[in-house]
Design a protein around this ligand. Structure first.
Ligand code: SF4
Length: 310
């Protein structure tokens, strides 16, 4: 499913309009409006196939204001605005990253208002008594690990406070493949096989990833053809991220060997299925410091906030 920008002059397979993208599996060329409808239908199919959203659900959308979460919020608001028995709340986490977050939070506020979706902002400062920039003092190279752990906890707190029954994140196909590769490179089998979509895995609010079958480039084209691709600054800590190197590596492999990312994710799913049968819910416990759900005696959040704890 690797999208390839189409050559000039090719027309859409479904109308006479100019094609903006060529999609593999099945091979097809589509114009802007047909591509938007095609992508939204694939997301709707994925939600239905995996029973991600049910009547009565209140879905908290993790909404940074970047392209993936903007696409996710737009698609979910289109799919579910006709239904009164499913509600959405967009949640933006302000980590406190100077020179970066201010603009993305503003973009998030604008889009949520435009879509008419309820919007809530939660900050690290209010939850952890300090912003990310200060919490990272002396350990900047761990920025994404610290940020990710605290952001996940912030999301759960904000989503619970908003009465949500599910958390939807904008992870796309590339993100999923990158996570598999990163966990393999780190030798982190527990994280490789963890499945946050399941209540049994210690996440009391199940997470869903409606865009996880959509390649990153398609999401960019989806927003571009609608004139809504956000032009935002990059997080200053990206330069420390292993993900940035893995992203480049996998993009090259996908280009030369189409289907690489899908096969990598499928391998993870096979390992996960094989191991799940032997796992026990008894592995889940409460952190002895904060009481949060975790697998160790002390949760990752408390280890970050209190590095001296034994
Ligand atoms: Fe957080 Fe890293 Fe993303 Fe920056 S690049 S927002 S530090 S996870």
């Amino acid at each position: 499913m690797n999208p390839v920008p189409d050559k000039r002059g090719q027309s859409c397979d479904l109308c006479d309009g100019p094609a903006v993208i060529r999609i593999r599996e099945p091979e097809r060329r589509l114009c802007g409006p047909h591509f938007v409808a095609d992508l939204e239908q694939r997301v709707a199919d994925r939600i239905a196939t995996h029973r991600m959203i049910s009547p009565g659900d209140r879905v908290a959308v993790a909404f940074s204001g970047g392209k993936d979460s903007s696409a996710l919020l737009s698609i979910l608001s289109r799919l579910y605005s006709p239904f009164r028995d499913v509600s959405l709340v967009a949640i933006t986490i302000d980590e406190g990253i100077a020179g970066y977050r201010e603009e993305t939070v503003e973009a998030a506020c604008r889009l949520a208002a435009q879509l008419g979706v309820e919007h809530s902002i939660q900050s690290f400062s209010s939850l952890f008594s300090d912003d990310l920039d200060h919490l990272l003092s002396g350990r900047e190279k761990q920025a994404c690990t610290v940020c990710g752990v605290l952001r996940r906890r912030s999301l759960v707190i904000a989503a619970s406070g908003a009465g949500a029954t599910k958390i939807a994140t904008g992870h796309n196909l590339d993100d999923e493949a990158q996570s598999v590769m990163m966990n393999l490179l780190r030798g982190d089998l527990p994280r490789l096989i963890s499945d946050t979509a399941s209540r049994d895995e210690g996440c009391f609010l199940p997470r869903i990833k409606p865009l996880s079958g959509i390649p990153e480039k398609e999401i960019a084209v989806y927003l571009l053809v609608q004139g809504s691709l956000p032009d935002l600054p990059e997080c200053p800590y990206t330069r420390h991220a292993l993900r940035a190197e893995v992203r480049t590596l996998l993009a090259g492999l996908e280009y030369r060997h189409p289907g690489t990312m899908t096969r990598l994710i499928a391998s993870r799913d096979q390992v996960r299925s094989a191991i799940r049968a032997n796992r026990s819910a008894s592995q889940i416990r409460n952190c002895r410091i904060c009481g949060g759900i975790c697998r160790e005696e002390i949760c990752q959040v408390c280890r970050i906030l209190h590095p001296d704890l034994k």
